[in-house]
Design a protein around this ligand. Sequence first.
Ligand code: GRF
Length: 202
Amino acid sequence: MNKTVIGVLASGRGSNLQAIVDAIEAGRLNAKIGAVISDNPNANVLTRMADTDIPTICIDRRQFSSRQEFEAAVAEELNIHHVELVVLAGFMRILTAYFIDRFGGRIMNIHPALLPSFPGENAQQQALDYGAKVSGCTVHFVDEGMDSGPIILQEAVPILEDDTADTLSERILHAEHILYPRALALYCEGRLKLEGRRVRII
Ligand code: GRF
């Protein structure tokens, strides 16, 4: 079976990207990373890929006068690298309809909470502040809303009595590193079928 070409958009640390790279190398994910694009010139994710042959590209948002121009530049790079599936991995920008229309149904994100609870930033702190006993992570398709697209996979993680945002984030991140490659593998195997809001695994 052909490898699906993935384009990863990331703004920071890049641990989910690393988990995806590891899954590919271990033969758990039949994909190829066509490009890693960061909007942040100082992102650790760019140096993390330095020893690989994966193309890394920095597209600095500050060099564009509008969101649409920035997104057009990102879309162009993705197309140059023949990207079939766009994977958001800690990408700290909301994509507009302009971009989503171009890659409709082919953009995934991972969020560190059990959606639809605690969307947006600081999801782990939101869960703690709310007093939730369980949180987790969600892989979903991206639509125009904030963390509102159809859910692909979720994994629950307990919230412990003495948790801080840091300890909870670490526990959730561990689950993310397993869940994201699994969701990508399902996509690459053609096993995800969108029916309205529901993503069926076939
Ligand atoms: C993860 O917690 C992910 O859920 C969120 O951003 C963080 C990215 O971490 N969307 P990393 O850059 O993959 O290490």
